[in-house]
Design a protein around this ligand. Sequence first.
Ligand code: SF4
Length: 1009
Amino acid sequence: MASRDHSGRARDGSGPGRYAQDLSRRGSDPTAGKGSDTDLDAISARVSAARADVEARGETFYQGPSGIHLAAFPPKERWDDWAELDSRAWPDRKERRYLLVPTTCFNCESACGLLAYVDRDSLRVRKFEGNPEHPGSRGRNCAKGPATLNQVTDPDRILYPMRRTGARGAGGWERISWDEALDALAARIRAAITERRQNEIMVHIGRPGEDGFTERVLASWGVDGHNSHTNVCSSGGRTGYQFWMGADRPSPDHANAKVIYLISAHLEAGHYFNPHAQRIMQARANGAKVIVLDTRLSNTATHADHWLSPVPGSEAAINLAVARHLIETQRYDREFVRRWWNWAEYLQACHPGRPTTFEAFEEILAGLYAEFTFEFAAQESGIDAGVLVEVAEIVAGAGTRFSAHVWRSAAAGNLGGWQVPRTLFLISALLGAVATPGGVFPNGLNKFVPRPIHIPPHPEVWQELTWPLEYPLAQNEMSFLLPHFLAEGRGRLDTYFMRVYNPVWTNPDGLSWMEVLTDEAKIGCTVALTPTWNESAYFADYILPMGHGSERHDTHSYEQYDGQWVGFRQPVLRAARERLGEEITDTRQVNPGEVWEENEFWIELSWRVDPDGSLGIRRYHESRARPGEKLTVDEYYGWMFENSVPGLPERAAAEGLTPLQWMRRYGAFEITSGQGAMYEQQVPDAELDDVAVTATGRVYTSAPGPLSMNVVPMGAPEPDADGRRAVGVDVDRTVRRGFPTPSGRLEFYSSTLAAWGWPEHALPGYIRSHVHPANLAADQVVLLSTFRLPTQIHTRSANAKWLDELAHTNPVWVHPSDAARLGIGRTGELMRVETDIGYFVAKAWITEGIRPGVVACSHHMGRWRLDGQPRGAGGMMATVGLRRGDAGWTMRRRGAVAPYESADPDSRRIWWSDTGVHQNLTFPVHPDPISGMHCWHQAVRVRPADPGDQHGDIAVDTTRSREIYRAWLRLTRPAGPESPGAMRRPRWLMRPLKPVPGSYRIPDPARTP
Ligand code: SF4
């Protein structure tokens, strides 16, 4: 696939696509790389020789109907009828003709464009390749994109709605109709709403893969029931950025950077993996230096100019040493800091005796990070101080072309991990590398979420099971504490949806999840919206089969470069058959079995919750064009593309298409690129009416704001005491747009952290991790459990046979010195890894690719099902026995993966049996008291396995896990009546689904009946 991505030399140049633009820069085309050129030269030479050979025999050399190199992309003008030779018919030269239909990959959050090759004869998808018209992925994919085909043809997938028979989890299922499922669920939801039990409805979302549809549905029900997976994923990363700039994601412009600074490989093997990875390679080819901090020798680290393998949790100390160097040597962008940092607010709050002048601030700044010398950072991180000096010098030379990124990894692994992005952005903010070419943008500038056809009001209730008082600053829902909250009687759920979510397997402490999922007193009804069986779906009451990435509609937009684009996922067979003139009214007409898509499902379910419209729900799911009738996905997206995506209607009209037709044909639209520093934009006079300006320059106005079509969620500064809205910030007597923070500037000092109980962390700083060496017993080491394999992704990739063959096990990385010390003699030997609540038995992989004193295990593996449960992913799921005794739970493998008979002959060719170990089951919850992030790293004891141990064994004491939950809960500083405004949480912070302002107030017990 890589060579295809990097090819294109023989492209015929037709079409003005993004890829063609790249080619125009070839010669310095970074994505091509020298190695690729050499490879392509060799391939071309071989092709020419083969051609000459064939032609010498008087035969015709087949180049494909395009007349171009087979590795190039089909020109979009020929997507209606593209012909290629059928590889399976070889050596016969049999042509197959295809309709090429774009959609979006759903195998990670990058949302790369795919092009489905729909066979015109059979109307089946024969392969997926990259969509060259997609501005984010630019025709490239990772291995997981084309493997969508495996998921579509997976012999183990779920094709019909099912209801459990017998006890939950016992494995009994009966097929039911969609009508039965919809009516039963609608009745439950309607009863909960009318009986004012709205908080008993929850939709728990794993990978969203879309922007806002589900939140909109819940808002229409008046339910604060959105739950996300984010606090086991990226909250630590988001929190650090949010407090700085009011946007919770960074958008590094890697392609134009001079220096790229990455904290771990996780982002480049998981988050915006392909779109970022290709741009990093582009920059490298242009001479950029890549610095990677990763304790493990990851794929990204292997491409680094400087690979630092720090002690886990010390990354913020390294960042601060670099920042200190910039300050000490006065190589920071003084003017940027003066204009855009909220230093005045900091001085007034923390140094009221000093004049509010920039000079006074600089004096203080010069001493603020004095303790973060290279020697200190070296002591904390184990990296030689000389290496740190070298790296800091490279950073200092980057100027405004410094792109940096951290997402999960250190931010997700450590207590206080949210200070890793906060200190990383400190470097960007010192260099002035904010929204500059090659710098880091707030995601709001590089993301576009179009306004939908109906916007329901905010819910009036507050869900304390997801937003408890103990975590007022949590970046997202405290999702992974749900079993503990339910167990201690904080609430009950009537109807619980799991959607692209498998908490028993993905979350820490999965057996506590299993305990509540099997307790009908705590959760009345569980519903799994899923295309595949998984460890949590086995404990559902209803299984509702949903489509894969090529079988459903969604829109999405992600910050992957300095531009804004909207992508369109669509059921490709529906689009293909419509292109051929058929009318399709329901995606089930084209999907396998009775597989549906979520959007049509949610519309139908909402309609049945409120069939006569008396609850006020139905109107948000009604057609505008045909009042009284149900909204269709065509109208939903048609309206959106017509009314909310600037430039798309004109672009479509130029080709004689409606905007919806254009998106169905090309799959993605770039709205703008080269946004630049939007925060510098001057606020027009028309918006400056009845203005009030604070002492630190925040400007408020009574004038209404322009209606924005882009509804990307960002921080929302509160109105002032007179209800004026924040419109900008006074910078040298000009009102500029600024940032969506309370001050309007970049918040070096967070008044929010100070006011909500954490003044000691109001500045970017260093918090010693729970796995800091000082917190480890003499016989403990750190387990890195957060890294991802580039060819697997959580639950669903197990249903892709190509990916399973590539990666199916997760041995524990151990340094040779540790192996010798621990008595582990060789790779493959079994070892016990003991956590605070149990242990797992895994194979050792002895390697110098990991720092001594640290072990590492990837989190994709160890998939399982209980005896008697349906086969879920034949190539990856072992059969296990699970027992509960006095000491807790034990799990042992009863049947390894083996060849089996199915509709896919490849299932008889499975050659592997080792599918790794499910380590997450043995992790207690570690909620960070500020960000709410689960801190994944574990302090563990490692030793050779006992004689009776078997690979994959698990032992867990959930009583102990509850004790650890309570210990971490004691670290919090809860919101209370003394909190600002007596609120549960600052209103300006993001929430995926915000309730009405009144619900933020903590109820006064004196007034609550
Ligand atoms: S990076 Fe890979 S898995 Fe993720 S969206 Fe792109 S092709 Fe799919």
